[in-house]
Design a protein around this ligand. Sequence first.
Ligand code: SF4
Length: 340
Amino acid sequence: MSETNKKKGHCIALFSGGLDSALAVLLMLQQDIEVTALTFMTHFGCDLGDRSSCGSNPYPAAEKFGFNVKLMHLGQKFVDIIEKPKYGYGKNMNPCIDCRILMLEEAKNLMEMVEADFIITGEVMGQRPMSQVKHKLHLVENVTGLKGKLLRPLSAKLLDPTDAELNGMLDREKLEGISGRGRYRQIELAKEFGLDDYPNPASGCLLTDESYSIRLRDLLKHSGRLTFEDLNMLRIGRHFRLDSNTKVIVGRDENENNQLEAYKKPHYGHVEAIGIGSPVSLVIGDCSDENLEKAAMITARFTSAKKEPTVDITLISKESQPILTVPPAKDEDLKFIQLR
Ligand code: SF4
């Protein structure tokens, strides 16, 4: 514990801004423990303004209840575990156990740096199938070397006592024994603490999304390594795999069209119907005449002229900008190549 700290102890909290992690923090403040909350960001939706996030803005609760928040971007470290998770993926491409380990390792570094006493998380035993069953909670604890230093205040009474409980810094009786997916006790606690503004439970980050995971799996299979730009592009538009080297991305609205324009590179094919409502389509990979024609047919399917027998599509990336007159692709054909 730092010398300037007049509290009973100091903990680092893994803090998503959601209900459970907020309650874990409040249970510590209630016992006169200083809390430094650590909020992680990744490229997969766990950032503050992202509605697909498994977290939410940490600052309102921090201001209301009086604790510090530190933001940390996991960047490439997180991408590395997605490429090769030691403990595998969950139902989709979510490597939750590796992710928890990474977050706890970062929290452990901070704990050692600021001489805090222990780490807390808002985990509830049995709430999430992959990472919050008892033996997985133990596994994470052992791998990170945090045995005795990792407290889950919401399920503490169901788990072995931590050092802070054994040495009297914390009163175990004031901790909780919650398990399972229900939120009854959490809502009751929120009322007791005056915590009235918390988000609905989220299913997890973008990696738990089936459709995003299909695209990500495809990207890993065909390109091996993941770049931030590739990962960001997976969030935009409809994706079609033409062959092992080539993909077509078709914008779904003006915002996505603008984003695709921004990601455009000189070696990408750019296909669009000029003069009618049309998506922007990018061809990434082999921009052969055959693939550009396929991209033109796919694009035609999503123009305002999709019911016409043929549509004029401009190959903007070709210097001469030739116009191809093509029939719109048929939905029954697209379903075999669309990544969704
Ligand atoms: S859903 Fe899983 S992989 Fe995604 S941020 Fe949460 S713990 Fe990590």
